[in-house]
Unconditional design. Structure first.
Length: 248
């Protein structure tokens, strides 16, 4: 960024085009010191920025690169998490047929698991979201066999050893009252290991009957119906991009 030069575009014009607010409202944000560019607070209305600048408003990143796409899919069961399945099983292509850019899924849900799947062409963001070292949490709701009690919840939180290493839930709770030989359990964890939720619940003698991922990082499935895709909102995109950027 260069405040005194004529390089780049005016900050308020760029942020208005990005959908943050009107130019007048952005000017008020600048004067109030709510906007940073490349880690520096900007308070001058004449400031210009380059297209590759990293901009935040109230600490939340702003998407400036309009070539990037960020989508949420409520993946149905029976669909494999790949854009092309060599075995001919139902895959993700049908859900992105109307998307002009080539997008890819961030991580996977096994065919028997439904719920929130992120689709994007932003490779840097996908790496952060999928890599366990960044600790991005995912929340699942599982219908399991048997009556789950607080003892089981304590075991899930304390952790135990599986064949590929130790694991524990970051959060766990029983939903509702067990009935008909089944219980509903909500688990939150940051591990991306293969079928980890199913293996954890199998380990405590409550095998999974149905499994849904309800949230991924700051994103929540909400009322999105099974098989539907939607663009992320400006706030949702900002929350995701904030995760992928280094601290100033």
């Amino acid at each position: 960024m260069s405040d005194a030069s004529s390089e780049g575009e005016r900050l308020q014009k760029v942020l208005a085009a990005a959908g943050v607010a009107s130019r007048r409202a952005v000017e008020d944000m600048i004067v109030a010191g709510r906007i940073t560019v490349d880690g520096r607070v900007v308070t001058e209305l004449g400031s210009r920025i380059h297209p590759d600048a990293m901009v935040t408003v109230d600490g939340t990143a702003v998407q400036l690169d309009t070539t990037k796409r960020y989508l949420m899919l409520n993946k149905p069961t029976g669909v494999v998490s790949t854009m092309s399945d060599e075995r001919g099983r139902p895959d993700l292509r049908e859900f992105v047929a109307d998307i002009s850019e080539r997008v890819y899924n961030v991580g996977r849900l096994d065919a028997d698991t439904s719920g929130l799947l992120i689709l994007t062409n932003d490779g840097d963001l996908a790496h952060v979201l999928a890599h366990p070292s960044f600790g991005v949490e995912k929340t699942y709701v599982a219908k399991v066999r048997g009556r789950v009690d607080q003892r089981v919840i304590r075991v899930l939180l304390a952790g135990f050893e599986l064949e590929d290493g130790e694991i524990h839930a970051d959060a766990a709770r029983i939903i509702g009252t067990p009935s008909g030989g089944f219980s509903m359990v909500e688990l939150t964890l940051h591990s991306g290991r293969n079928r980890i939720v199913r293996r954890m619940l199998e380990h405590v003698d409550h095998p999974v009957v149905e499994l849904v991922r309800r949230s991924f990082g700051p994103l929540h499935l909400g009322t999105l119906r099974s098989g539907r895709v939607r663009e992320l909102s400006t706030m949702e995109r900002g929350a995701l991009l904030t995760l992928s950027r280094p601290a100033p």
